[in-house]
Design a protein around this ligand. Structure first.
Ligand SMILES: Cc1cc2nc3c(=O)[nH]c(=O)nc-3n(C[C@H](O)[C@H](O)[C@H](O)COP(=O)(O)OP(=O)(O)OC[C@H]3O[C@@H](n4cnc5c(N)ncnc54)[C@H](O)[C@@H]3O)c2cc1C
Length: 290
C-alpha cells in the first residue's frame, strides 16, 4: 500500500528540524530509521503532510562515554548498540536487549531515539531505560531539556516530548547497577515483546540488595517500573525464595491488555515468570561484579 502524498525535507541540523516542526506543527513528522513510521504511513495510520528526515544528521549517532555515562545519540541504530564492545563490557544488558529487537534489517535501520519517541507499548528499549535510570535529552524552540526515563512514557505511543521537540540523546549511567539483565518473550513473527523485563540490582559486600530497578514492557499501554517488586527486593539477601516472592508482584498495578497473543491471566503469568528470570540473571551478574 502507498502512503498518502507528503512533502519531503532533508535537514542539515537539529535546529532546522525544530524550525520545520514549529512551522508545520501537527502536519509534520520526523523520520529517523523509518521502521515504525513508514509502515504506519503505508497503512495510512499516519499521514504527515511534511516528512522531516533527520536520518543523515551525523552528530546524532554514536556512543561515547562522558562523566560516568554512556551517551547514545538518538540516531544510533540498534545494531550499533548491540555490536559495541565497550557497551558489552560495561553494560551487557544494553547489547543483550538490542540483539533481541526484530531482525537484522530492523536492527540496522531502526534507531534507539526513534524507538523511544515512538513509545510502542511492545518496544524493548523503554523497559531498559527505565531499569537503568536513563535520562533523555530533547531540543526544542526554547532550547534543550533533560527528561528522566521515568517521566518520559505517558501512554500508548505518547511521551513527554513536545510536538516541536527532537530527541537528541540518551544518557545511561555506567556502573552502580551491579548486575543487569533483559529477558523477553517475543512475538513469534515480529519479535516485538509480548512481555519484556529489564532488571538491574546492586548488592553490598554482604550480598544485600542496595537498589533494584525493574522495567516491564509489552503487557500494558506503556512501559512501567515494577515498584512493588523493587520494594520487595531492597535490603534483602537475594536468594531464590526472595526473588521468587518479589516476582509474584510483577503484574500488580499494570492494566494488562488481552489481545491475540493471550489473555490477561496468561500475560500476567508471563510477566511474573520473566521478571523472576531477569532478576535471577541480574543477581548472578551482580555477584560476578558486572
Ligand atoms: C518487522 C519489524 C519488527 C520489529 N521488531 C521490534 C522488536 O522486536 N522490538 C522493538 O523494540 N522494536 C521493533 N521494531 C520497531 C523498530 O525497532 C523501529 O526501528 C523503532 O521502533 C523506531 O525507530 P526508527 O528509527 O525506525 O523510527 P521512525 O520509524 O523513523 O520514527 C518513529 C517515530 O518516532 C519519531 N521520531 C523518530 N526519531 C525521533 C527523534 N530523534 N526525536 C523525536 N521523534 C522522533 C518519528 O517522528 C515517528 O513518529 C520492529 C519493526 C519492524 C518493522
Amino acid at each position: 500500500m502507498y502512503p498518502a502524498s507528503f512533502e519531503y525535507h532533508r535537514v542539515a541540523s537539529v535546529e532546522e528540524a525544530v524550525g520545520l516542526l514549529a512551522r508545520h506543527k501537527d502536519d509534520a513528522k520526523l523520520l529517523a530509521g523509518g521502521h515504525s513510521l513508514i509502515p504506519m504511513m503505508k497503512l495510512r495510520l499516519a499521514q504527515p503532510k511534511h516528512l522531516i528526515d533527520i536520518g543523515r544528521l551525523t552528530g546524532l549517532s554514536g556512543i561515547r562515554e562522558e562523566g560516568g555515562h554512556f551517551v547514545i545519540g538518538a540516531l544510533t541504530t540498534h545494531y550499533a548498540v548491540e555490536s559495541s564492545a565497550r557497551v558489552r563490557q560495561k553494560c551487557v544488558m544494553l547489547s543483550e536487549a538490542a540483539a533481541m529487537i526484530g531482525d537484522p534489517q530492523v536492527r540496522n535501520y531502526g534507531t534507539i531515539g526513534g524507538s523511544l519517541a515512538h513509545a510502542d507499548p511492545a518496544a524493548d528499549w523503554p523497559a531498559v531505560v527505565l531499569a537503568l535510570g536513563a535520562e533523555l535529552r530533547a531540543v526544542g524552540p526554547k532550547g534543550a531539556r533533560t527528561i528522566k526515563a521515568e517521566d518520559f512514557f505517558k501512554d500508548l505511543f505518547t511521551t513527554a516530548l513536545g510536538p516541536e521537540e527532537v530527541l537528541t540523546e540518551v544518557r545511561i549511567p555506567i556502573g552502580g547497577h551491579g548486575g543487569a539483565a533483559y529477558m523477553k518473550h517475543p512475538h513469534p513473527a515480529s519479535r516485538f515483546a509480548v512481555v519484556g523485563v529489564a532488571a538491574a540490582v546492586a548488592l553490598d559486600g554482604a550480598g544485600k540488595c542496595t537498589s533494584a530497578h525493574v522495567g516491564i514492557t509489552g503487557v500494558g499501554s506503556k512501559a512501567v517500573r515494577a515498584k512493588g517488586v523493587e520494594a520487595a527486593l531492597t535490603g534483602k539477601v537475594l536468594d531464590a525464595a526472595t526473588i521468587g516472592a518479589a516476582a509474584q508482584k510483577a503484574a500488580d498495578g499494570i492494566d494488562i491488555n488481552a489481545d491475540l497473543q493471550g489473555s490477561v491471566e496468561y500475560k500476567a503469568h508471563l510477566t511474573r515468570v520473566y521478571t523472576r528470570r531477569a532478576l535471577e540473571r541480574a543477581v548472578e551478574r551482580a555477584k560476578g561484579a558486572k
